[in-house]
Design a protein around this ligand. Structure first.
Ligand code: DLL
Length: 432
């Protein structure tokens, strides 16, 4: 029932000793090999030698997404390229993605942590795990894939999409565990039901759902419609990918793998660390990563840490469901989208004004994005044919830059409300 019992159930004191030892080594190595960290440490007037206790972590500077963007693509790597065996990438705040790298040891650690996550959900060698997260630069597919192989279970690398085929594989291969986004799982459940599938008659028994926010209400629906136990998994590319934290079958928050990561929660405004139990922004420091270590990385995800002992016997702190973000990132059909990315596309087109509104909804369990774009007054008088053409061009540009399908709605000049303070760019009508 544990994958790494010695680490998953170690006493808090032993864990603190291990964390301090690993923290010192990681900070030292990161500082010595990445000029960016030498610069930020100097600005804060600290050196690796200042880390004498775990509390000293708070002396170190934060790292943010902009730092990753500014050092695009490989500037924050801590090993020479000949030791990097894999790259992944995810959306940045502008047109360029953020890039992360892994050594062979990093891939081994990640595979182990994903195997640990599968075991938390009751996984064994006998399972058939269908991975419905996208394969590619996104960390979801390959991250889960390697974990299933490490566990010794059978992986079905279905990747995302192609719903009828997913349902067919699930029935024919006897899938016992499903790993995909919770919204896609709900879509699969409803499509299956439409096709007359009875999920209580197939071996499927557990779901490992993450990469986007979801709710207890969605858990109830998924468990009932798919006849499974549905568990939450958290992670982000910058820190590794899926499997930074995983919910156990007690279903009260996700254990953060504290033998590999230190978690803090801070007030996003004052940047002060908050005590356990208070909501704030999750900040993560990696302890064992080689190619792409992170020091006090601000995830922007809002959560609460709970150190109470867990009935499952694991001693690692639990994070509650992510309830929101302290920036404006949206997750649309599993793709991270920043309004600023859409804004820069609109600015490439002279025919529109930089006034826009993103209207997000969930239709039949699938996210729907409509972009309202204000026409310039000269364009407004143009022929329908020209406007349709503009709509098409905007659609394909947004599709190629962001990798999402969005409906474009051109609106008359001066119809999008102007604001006197912060512009309101997003209307999110999703109820999850
Ligand atoms: O979404 C990694 C992942 C893949 C996690 C598969 C779980 C399963 P990114 O694309 O870099 O990486 O997006 C990371 O997604 O900062 C959160 O805002 C959000 N997110 C991830 N997991 C959850 C979750 C992957 N369980 C960003 N609940 C994070 C809520 C989540 N939000």
């Amino acid at each position: 029932m544990y994958w790494n019992p010695e680490y998953e159930t170690m006493s808090r004191d032993e864990l603190a000793d291990l964390q301090l030892k690993r923290l010192k080594a990681s900070v030292e190595r990161t500082y010595n090999s990445v000029p960016f960290y030498q610069k930020t440490f100097k600005e804060k007037g600290v050196t690796p030698g200042d880390i004498r206790s775990l509390d000293d972590l708070r002396k170190l500077p934060f790292t943010i997404k902009y730092d990753l963007r500014d050092n695009y693509p490989f500037g924050l790597f801590a090993v020479p390229q000949d030791q990097v065996v894999r790259l992944h990438a995810s959306s940045g705040t502008t047109g360029k993605p953020i890039v992360v790298g892994y050594t062979q040891n990093d891939i081994n650690t990640w595979s182990n942590l994903m195997a640990r996550a599968l075991v938390m959900a009751g996984g064994t060698k006998n399972d058939v795990v269908q991975v419905g997260y996208g394969y590619g630069l996104f960390t979801g597919g390959l991250g889960a894939h390697y974990g299933v192989e490490r566990l010794g279970a059978t992986v079905v690398p279905a990747s995302g999409g192609n719903t009828s085929r997913q349902l067919m594989l699930m029935q024919d291969f006897g899938t016992t565990m499903l790993a995909c986004t919770p919204s896609y799982a709900l879509y699969l459940a409803e499509e299956g039901a439409n096709q007359g599938m009875d999920f209580s008659k197939i071996p499927l028994r557990a779901g490992i759902f993450g990469a986007e926010p979801w709710s207890e209400r969605m858990r109830e629906q998924l468990e009932q419609k798919l006849d499974i136990i549905a568990l939450d998994i958290y992670g982000l590319s910058e820190v590794m990918g899926p499997g930074v934290a995983m919910e156990c079958q007690d279903k009260h928050g996700m254990h953060i793998h504290e033998d590999h990561f230190i978690a803090e929660v801070i007030d996003p405004e004052t940047e002060e660390p908050l005590p356990y139990g208070q909501p704030g922004e999750l900040v993560i420091t990696s302890l064992t990563k080689e190619a792409f270590p992170v020091i006090r990385y601000r995830t922007r995800d809002i959560t609460i840490l709970n150190p109470e002992p867990c009935p499952c016997g694991r001693t690692h702190v639990r994070m509650q469901r992510v309830t929101g973000r302290s920036d404006d990132m949206l997750i649309i059909r599993g793709v991270n989208v920043f309004p600023s990315q859409i804004e820069s596309v609109l600015l490439e087109f002279g025919e529109t004004e930089p006034h826009y509104l993103l209207v997000v909804d969930r239709k039949g369990n699938v996210d729907d994005l409509e972009i309202w774009v204000e026409l310039s007054s000269t364009m407004f008088n143009d022929k329908v044919r020209l406007l349709e053409n503009l709509e098409r061009r905007l659609y394909s540009r947004i599709n190629s830059v962001l990798g999402i399908n969005a409906r474009i709605k051109l609106v008359e000049p001066r119809t999008i409300p102007r604001s006197e303070g912060k512009a309101k760019r997003v209307v999110d009508r999703r109820e999850i």
